[in-house]
Ligand binder design. Structure first.
Ligand SMILES: Cc1cc2nc3c(=O)[nH]c(=O)nc-3n(C[C@H](O)[C@H](O)[C@H](O)COP(=O)(O)OP(=O)(O)OC[C@H]3O[C@@H](n4cnc5c(N)ncnc54)[C@H](O)[C@@H]3O)c2cc1C
Length: 411
């Protein structure tokens, strides 16, 4: 069993201890270091910035030119993120990327990706951190944080099995929770939520977001063979609509339009999908009835949708007759079906494939200016650990950079 060793040598080793060398933690460390603070970062994983490395398909969609705190973030308190996002705008991070000579491009919709690799962003952050003497301890999992005599006692368990017996305690006058959410279970931990609960802070129940939605049993039989089919569509859920690609998979629906909608989806609710957002099917059917009445309905649909999709729903969504034989009511019903498919997901793929966690430590517990806990002086929380979740497209990293930077100004 791991024994906890009091590490008195390290008790005054830092002015601030940051938990997590991810996006927000590294940003906070750099700016706290620039202000002359002695910064120690504890990272559970064997490498810093692991989530940055796997992000954006390995090219890290590091920000979004259009990021707007009022439009692109979900939280119980929609206003919480505004202050930090205004104080650390997108242009600030782009300046840093430019200063390091990192090539990037806009892929679509304001999304900026590295030309080469996400490794460039991690190398930039580590270089900046090194310049100001940040001490990053890898394979060091924080297991508990306890307030103690005007500061905190932080229990650390070295990650490698051989060292598991060498758990130790570090005293720190200030602690920043930058340990992220629950996605990517291999590197995630629930430390931030656990710490908040132990301090009687409220949590907005976490759930997977930006995540593929899975089939219910009925749809699975109809659609599972469509794996790989992709269509541009408009997906609406919880009062939001996203016009982007949708991808059929063996397990359900994915693609950017579905990932975006998943953040607004509640279990048992329906997701409305317009499979033909660029096409008025009813008008097309009326025209076809008069001009080419012998055409089969499937042929008209195949002019606008992938053949495999039309074949899969033929017989269930529509009877494949000649369009001249269709009544106006039948035309309306078919148009409604394709423009407003009500998909009832069985669930989500969960944290294994989710990009982010919806919910987190309630923002009501923290100052939106300093990120300090209102009821626990010296404790801070930033990034995804808090109940602030961005849309898909670089918005989550922008929140991590902005909250990390702003918190550092007040340590
Ligand atoms: C596959 C994938 C792709 C993504 N792509 C993008 C993208 O392209 N653009 C975008 O904007 N967002 C993307 N995201 C979301 C983005 O990565 C996160 O929102 C962002 O990294 C959150 O920053 P953070 O600092 O809060 O947490 P993280 O970056 O997750 O950092 C938290 C760190 O804390 C460490 N940690 C956790 N618990 C402990 C503990 N107990 N002790 C010590 N260390 C601990 C973790 O190992 C981790 O390194 C993606 C996410 C995933 C999973």
């Amino acid at each position: 069993m791991a024994s906890v060793v009091e590490n008195h040598h390290s008790s005054r080793e830092c002015d601030v201890l940051i938990v997590g060398a991810g996006a927000s933690g590294l940003m906070c460390a750099i700016h706290a270091g620039r202000r002359g603070l002695k910064v120690m970062v504890m990272e559970k994983g064997p490498k810093p910035g692991l989530k940055i490395l796997v992000s954006g398909g390995g090219r890290c969609n590091f920000t979004n030119l259009w990021a707007d705190p009022e439009d692109h973030y979900l939280s119980e308190n929609q206003h919480f993120c505004i202050s930090a996002m205004r104080r650390y705008p997108v242009s600030e991070f782009i300046d840093m990327v430019n200063a390091h000579g990192i090539g990037y491009h806009e892929k679509k919709l304001g999304q900026l990706f590295c030309d080469h690799s996400a490794q460039d962003i991690v190398a930039m952050l580590l270089n900046e951190a090194e310049q100001v003497g940040v001490d990053i301890r890898l394979n060091s999992e924080v297991s508990q944080i306890v307030p103690d005599a005007g500061g905190f006692r932080v229990s650390v368990t070295p990650g490698k099995a051989a060292e598991a017996s060498c758990a130790y305690v570090v005293s720190a006058p200030q602690v920043v929770l930058a340990s992220g959410g629950l996605s990517l279970p291999k590197i995630a931990s629930d430390l931030a939520y656990r710490t908040a609960r132990e301090l009687n802070m409220s949590i907005v129940s976490p759930s997977p977001a930006l995540v593929p939605l899975t089939w219910n049993n009925v749809d699975k039989a109809d659609f599972a063979d469509l794996s790989g089919v992709s269509v541009e569509c408009e997906v609406s859920c919880g009062g939001q609509s996203f016009r982007e690609n949708l991808l059929f998979t063996h397990r359900g629906l994915s693609g950017p339009a579905i990932l975006q909608a998943s953040s607004y989806w509640q279990p048992k609710a329906g997701v409305f999908i317009d499979l033909l957002p660029h096409f008025d099917l009813l008008t097309e059917l009326e025209i076809a009835r008069h001009q080419r009445g012998k055409s089969r309905l499937s042929a008209i649909l195949k002019g606008a949708l992938p053949n495999r999709l039309v074949d899969a729903v033929s017989g269930t969504w529509f009877e494949d007759t000649a369009v001249a034989q269709m009544s106006s009511q039948q035309c309306e019903a078919v148009a409604e079906q394709f423009h407003r498919w009500c998909f009832r997901p069985g669930g989500t793929e969960g944290y294994r494939t989710a990009e982010v966690t919806l919910g987190g430590i309630s923002t009501a517990e923290f100052s939106s200016k300093t990120f300090e806990a209102k009821r626990c002086k010296g404790l801070y929380a930033i990034g995804e650990a808090l109940d602030v979740t961005g849309w898909l497209g670089g918005y989550n990293f922008q929140w991590a950079w902005a909250s990390g930077y702003c918190c550092a100004q007040h340590l």
